[in-house]
Design a protein around this ligand. Structure first.
Ligand SMILES: [Zn+2]
Length: 179
């Protein structure tokens, strides 16, 4: 890992990665800096050029970052208790909606709150446990609805809203937070 100082953006983290095929930039909210990942055989100059081509987006992201709440900074989480709570939530939702899933796992993730696999295994972000309870409920419901609709199509949102009419508002509320 390498660091450079960008005159406009500040410190940039450069990650040269084996097996990587493209260049991508991510903002690390918890650390307040951008991280660029790029292929092993890609010259550093090209990675920096790429960053320069995204400078407007980087400026905007950085200036908006102060409005975001970083969930991982909100407290220490007991993994076992968190998993138990998520499982209870899922059971509660399943019993009232008839939805079903195969298993629930917990993992530390950088940019998403949850995911649902083709075979209905749900993975939830550990840091979800630091969010207000209605957002935890919403994320679990959201992933459970993916057991029926795998994408974010209109019918997916109809399904979510059928079980919880407030879902769209909560989805917006969730965007105030980053893991
Ligand atoms: Zn989704």
């Amino acid at each position: 890992m390498k660091f450079i100082y960008h005159p406009e953006i500040g410190e940039l983290e450069l990650n040269r990665k084996k097996g990587r095929k493209n260049i991508s930039i991510q903002y690390k909210y918890a650390e307040g800096k951008f991280s660029i990942s790029y292929p092993y055989n890609c010259p550093i100059k090209v990675a920096i050029q790429f960053a320069n081509s995204r400078i407007d987006w980087m400026r905007k992201t950085k200036s908006k970052s102060s409005e975001k709440i970083v969930a991982r900074n909100l407290g220490i989480i007991n993994r076992k208790l968190a998993l138990e709570r998520f499982k209870n939530l899922a059971e509660e939702i399943c019993s009232t909606t008839g939805l079903n899933y195969k298993e629930i796992k917990i993992r530390k993730m950088k940019s998403i709150w949850g995911s649902c696999s083709i075979d209905n295994k749900i993975c939830l972000n550990l840091y979800l446990a630091n969010l207000p309870s209605q957002l935890q409920y919403y994320v679990v419901l959201h992933e459970l609805c993916h057991t029926v609709e795998k994408n974010h199509s209109k019918s997916f949102w109809n399904l979510v809203s059928r079980y919880w009419s407030n879902a769209i508002t909560l989805d917006k509320e969730l965007r105030r937070y980053v893991p």
